[in-house]
Design a protein around this ligand. Structure first.
Ligand SMILES: O=C(O)CCC(=O)C(=O)O
Length: 284
């Protein structure tokens, strides 16, 4: 941990924590940041990046969405089947950093990794990213889920997920909503809401999953100012609203995990799983 906590850096407000943003950005209160995150399973920060950098990120992501139909299995329409030339509502591109490596050179990428290190209490490495655009008036909310439901790993995720909107995220345009403390309930089985399809084909690519019967009484909308970020634990119940505005709602999402991909390469359970898969392929 880089510094000592002070009473001035964090204040309790109606039982919830507020963290002094300047202190976070100067890296002086990682302990308090972690306390809040561990308690709620999410937090939001202002000023993690600048308007200029958001414009730069948009200039790298927008061309990918412009050629959405050429991206094959990396491009998915979350609201259902999509054929080339038909309108998109909630397009998602997986691994945009693989398609546009300059995204990894952005200061906000390094800053998220540094925050992940503090929250995990371990060296953090990049695992995955995706970007989700919601078109104006697209009526395509993201269902309640835990990110762990989408992990295809033999061991649970130990990661921190950063949701970076490229404009202010509001209730009207589809900001994230969280259930505070829900990450402490463990993993809950999900149900299939719809199939997912690769861009411009009807080839299925898994399913969109959702938590059934979420009690929304405790749900907290998490609006984020332009330049801010919403951060969550892989078990935190979350969803995002539909975009009911006349502008795009764009978000870039980064996952950093403890020990990065090395955790999966070296963990005995993962090694055993890989050996089992190889053996199963060999057996006729
Ligand atoms: O951007 C969205 O609509 C949802 C994002 C989300 O649920 C996630 O990144 O886990």
């Amino acid at each position: 941990m880089a510094g000592q906590s002070s009473a001035a850096d964090i204040r309790s407000h109606e039982g919830r924590f507020e963290v002094n943003q300047a202190a976070v950005l100067t890296n002086t209160v990682p302990g308090l940041l972690k306390t809040k995150f561990d308690h709620d399973g999410y937090l939001s920060l202002d000023n993690i990046t600048t308007a200029e950098e958001l414009a730069h990120i948009g200039s790298l992501l927008d061309p990918l969405f412009a050629r959405f139909d050429s991206l094959g299995e990396l491009a998915i329409e979350l609201s259902g089947a999509h054929r080339s030339g038909t309108p998109l509502r909630s397009p998602e591109i997986n691994q945009p950093t693989a398609l546009e490596p300059r995204l990894k050179d952005t200061p906000v990428f390094a800053r998220c990794r540094a925050i992940a290190r503090e929250l995990l209490g371990a060296p953090a490495g990049f695992l995955f990213d995706h970007a989700i655009y919601k078109l104006p008036q697209s009526n395509a909310p993201t269902h309640w889920h835990q990110d762990e439901a989408y992990a295809h790993t033999p061991i649970p995720l130990r990661s921190i997920h950063f949701w970076i909107p490229l404009q202010a995220a509001t209730i009207e345009n589809g900001c994230m909503l969280y259930i505070p403390g829900s990450h402490r309930r463990g993993f809950i089985p999900h149900t299939e809401v719809s199939k997912r399809y690769a861009a411009s084909s009807n080839r299925t690519l898994g399913s969109t999953l959702a938590l059934a019967d979420v009690d929304e009484t405790d749900a907290r909308p998490c609006p984020v100012t332009a330049g801010g970020v919403a951060i969550h634990h892989p078990l935190t119940f979350h969803c995002a609203g539909a975009n009911r505005t006349n502008e795009y709602r764009r978000a870039w999402i980064l996952h950093f995990g403890a020990f990065g991909k090395w955790r999966y390469r070296l963990h005995p359970t993962c090694i055993a799983d890989r050996v089992k898969r190889v053996l199963l392929r060999l057996v006729p």
